[in-house]
Design a protein around this ligand. Structure first.
Ligand code: IPE
Ligand code: IPE
Ligand code: MG
Length: 247
């Protein structure tokens, strides 16, 4: 790691107050490719390289949870060849990187309706999750076939089922116990949400969980997102005053 980058890292660590859970909307792969006259799938491939460096940087810095918006429910509406290229990348990258992730004490998990992915693909993910389940370092959470409204609806359906079976009294439901019905029930809410490539929207990501998350939008396209850009986002977070409605 270049010395200057290392110094920046030390500075951030010294300041303390790190975001425990960072979520990223990794956007801009298509634009990155278009600017180079390449097919969109080349952008997704370049995006994987960015994923690798940011996962490493997050682990090195001692971040607890990194949630990456990898494939949204809405992304199925893209052309078939793009969808299958993304899925192939996901599956190949998981297979290729699992040894290193495990060696680095990363614990892999997914958030979203993964039961709707192809069985073969699901199995690769399931094996990687199983293999890393006792790791105690960075939790790498891939949001896959994820939609925020669907997650809330799925929670409501489970709650309705529990009420019907007499397991739950609706009057006793709180924000905390509602959160237990979400896909992310084992995770704290994100402290920082980064979106690359400049779009100022949430795109159906973690709707419930981001109610008090600090937002950081950068124009940098995801494949170009560097460790330095990641550090900048963290530094920006460190300068924020989180009030949660208080004074
Ligand atoms: C993000 O990049 C990756 C996924 C949504 C899977 P995009 O593919 O959305 O890139 P742009 O927004 O077209 O540039
Ligand atoms: C959000 O990006 C989904 C992922 C990064 C996986 P999109 O590119 O799909 O979002 P929109 O369409 O610009 O809102
Ligand atoms: Mg996009």
């Amino acid at each position: 790691m270049p010395n200057e980058l290392n110094k920046l890292k030390e500075k951030i660590l010294k300041k303390g107050n790190l975001p425990g859970h960072i979520a990223i909307i990794m956007d801009g792969n298509g634009r990155w490719a278009r600017r180079r006259g390449l097919p969109r799938t080349a952008g997704h491939k370049a995006g994987v390289t960015a994923v690798k460096r940011i996962v490493r940087a997050a682990g090195d810095m001692g971040i607890s949870v990194l949630t990456l918006f990898t494939f949204s429910q809405e992304n199925w509406k893209r052309p078939k060849n793009e969808v299958s290229a993304i899925m192939k990348l996901l599956y190949e990258t998981t297979k290729r990187e699992i040894n290193e992730l495990d060696r680095n004490n990363v614990k892999l998990m997914t958030t979203g309706r993964t039961e709707e992915l192809s069985p073969r693909r699901r199995q690769i993910l399931q094996e990687a999750i199983e293999r890393t389940k006792n790791n105690t370092g960075l939790i790498l959470n891939l949001a896959l076939n994820y939609g925020g409204r669907t997650e809330i609806l799925d929670a409501v359906k489970k709650i309705a089922g529990d009420v019907k079976r007499g397991k739950l009294d609706p009057a006793q439901l709180t924000e905390e116990s509602f959160s237990d019905y979400l896909y992310t029930n084992t995770l704290p809410d994100p402290d920082l949400l980064i979106r690359t490539s400049g779009e100022m929207r949430i795109s159906n990501f973690l709707l419930w969980q981001t109610s008090y998350t600090e937002l950081y939008v950068t124009d940098v396209l995801w494949p170009n997102f560097s460790v330095r850009d990641f550090y900048r986002a963290i530094q920006d977070y460190q300068s924020r005053e989180r009030r949660f409605g208080r004074l």
